[in-house]
Write a protein that binds this ligand. Structure first.
Ligand code: ZN
Length: 125
């Protein structure tokens, strides 16, 4: 499966012409005229100001990732110290990351556990 990650978080201000780039998650950069600003680094694209005032220059990269499990697998996973058994319903990635997460249905209650990290899964049954 593919995941898209941010490799560049930048805009050009249409008023002053400044190209501004946020390089880390708390790197808030405003242009010299103050019309727009960027933030979020490679974690997320945060924009301040009117979207019409800036030209988007951000770049994404697609990466191929291979989940260890598949939809329908019955697994046990660690949930705050409890071992829970369920069936994987959805496999996805967090936005802008290659970290795999699953939604897992525990059939007895029943309860859907969402955003379980692949690293929380103990074993396939
Ligand atoms: Zn500006």
């Amino acid at each position: 499966m593919k995941a898209a990650i941010i490799v560049k978080n930048a805009i050009r201000c249409k008023h002053c012409g400044d190209v501004i780039e946020s390089k880390s998650v708390h790197d808030y950069i405003a242009c010299s005229c103050g019309a727009c600003a960027v933030d979020g680094g490679r974690h997320y694209l945060r924009r301040c100001g009117n979207p019409d005032d800036c030209e988007e220059l951000s770049e994404y990269k697609e990466v191929e990732i291979t989940p260890k499990y598949k939809v329908g697998d019955v697994v046990t996973f660690d949930y705050f110290g409890n071992v829970i058994k369920g069936t994987i319903q959805v496999i996805d990635t967090f936005p802008n990351s290659t970290i795999i997460e699953c939604d897992i249905l525990e059939p007895k209650e029943p309860r859907l556990y969402k955003h379980i990290l692949e690293s929380q899964i103990i074993s396939k049954i």
